[in-house]
Ligand binder design. Structure first.
Ligand code: NAP
Length: 354
């Protein structure tokens, strides 16, 4: 059934919601993924999905890393919900594709035309998606190549892909663009910043931004499960962290004691960039009284964070990692350009994967 034909189209896409009635597209269980643009929508031919890291890890673990099972799992979610909205993690990801058509009501005011290549900057959890076929899965990067179509609403965010950055690299960076942009806003000269999950995509960009912001008087501490990864070497050799701490962030005491060993007064700001659950308390314990924890991770539990901070008597500000910040795409891409060592690492890991 075509839901929109019975109602006025809405800039926020509520005309696409099927279940439950009255929900917003993001919170809806199911949206109408009919691959035709209504008068205020953009229809895209999708090439590749960048599945959110927490979501892809959960799906890959549930499927034992088997590509055929991952394919069936993802197709099943999209069949059932009309969008790639992982019901376990609640998270999505983003896509790269070509503009196929633009609804007549918004055509004139969009700086966009059919054939333009764009990355979506809104989550797949609210993006109507129609998959004809999955053509390739890269388990190492959480990337899924498809033949299919997606709808962007009038209110949806997108970015034209930059000419100077490999498009697969741009996709990886834009997926986590909120993190470096928020770090740039939050961190101040002289502060101590702890980045948990420092050797992942958002972690690397956050460390680079934090180091630039805190300056020579400040301290950046990167936390990851191992020193042996190529990205851990980038962090240390590139000088993006003052200390690299090996710890399992799910072990709150071990993490905070290891951090306290290098920063006895603890962090002014802790940035949580992990892709696993149960790291709220560790983040809280790493942070000094009156400090800030920025939970970028999609595995964050509000309950665990709120009750955890109360339980240990920490009067701290905890920020939900809004995926959007004004200018976040430009900030994230510029962070990459400004830091050739990190750019090189992203190129090695994500470029030419198509
Ligand atoms: P990523 O590249 O997969 O990085 C995840 C990092 O977490 C890796 O460095 C990983 O280390 C580390 N990690 C995993 N388990 C850990 C543990 N027990 N202790 C310490 N570190 C651990 O992920 P990403 O793409 O940067 O995304 C990071 C998080 O942000 C994910 O939860 C993702 O879903 C979320 N996200 C949020 C938004 C938003 O809008 N807020 C947008 C996009 C993504 P190893 O690689 O060494 O295992």
């Amino acid at each position: 059934m075509n839901v929109a034909s019975e109602q006025h189209v809405h800039p926020l896409g509520t005309h696409r919601v099927i279940d439950p009635p009255g929900a917003m597209p993001q919170s809806a269980w199911k949206v109408d993924n009919t691959p035709v643009a209504f008068e205020n929508e953009i229809l895209c031919d999708v090439e590749v999905l960048n599945i959110d890291s927490a979501s892809f890890k959960q799906i890959a673990d549930a499927c034992g890393g088997d590509e055929a099972k991952i394919e069936e799992h993802v197709l099943g979610i999209v069949r059932e919900r009309g969008k790639q909205h992982n019901p376990v993690t609640g998270s999505g990801g983003m896509f790269i594709g070509y503009v196929s058509s633009i609804g007549e009501r918004i055509r004139e005011r969009m700086d966009l035309k059919p054939g333009d290549r764009i990355a979506s900057l809104v989550s797949l959890t609210l993006t109507p998606l129609h998959i004809e076929a999955i053509t390739r899965i890269d388990v190492a990067t959480g990337r899924i190549w498809i033949r299919g179509k997606a709808i962007l609403f009038e209110s949806g965010l997108w970015a034209k892909l930059p000419a100077d950055i490999d498009e697969n690299v741009a996709l990886a960076v834009l997926d986590v663009a909120g993190a470096p942009a928020q770090v740039q806003r939050l961190c101040k000269p002289g502060q101590t910043v702890v980045v948990i999950g420092a050797d992942g995509k958002s972690g690397l960009l956050s460390c680079a931004q934090a180091k630039a912001r805190v300056g020579p008087e400040g301290v950046v501490i990167g936390v990851a499960p191992s020193k042996a990864t190529p990205s851990a070497r980038v962090l240390e050799e590139g000088g993006f962290v003052d200390h690299f701490v090996v710890a399992d962030a799910r072990n709150a005491l071990e993490l905070s004691e290891t951090v306290a060993a290098v920063a006895p007064e603890l962090a002014d700001i802790t940035i949580n960039c992990v892709n696993v659950p149960n790291t709220e308390l560790g983040s809280i314990l790493c942070t000094k009284q009156d400090g800030i924890v920025y939970f970028f991770s999609m595995s964050t539990s509000f309950t665990a964070a709120a009750l955890g901070a109360e339980g240990v008597g920490k009067d701290i500000t905890m920020i939900v990692g809004n995926g959007y910040a004004k200018g976040h795409a430009d900030t994230a891409l510029q962070t990459l350009r400004d830091n050739p060592r990190i750019h090189q690492y992203f190129d090695e890991k994500y470029a030419n994967k198509g």
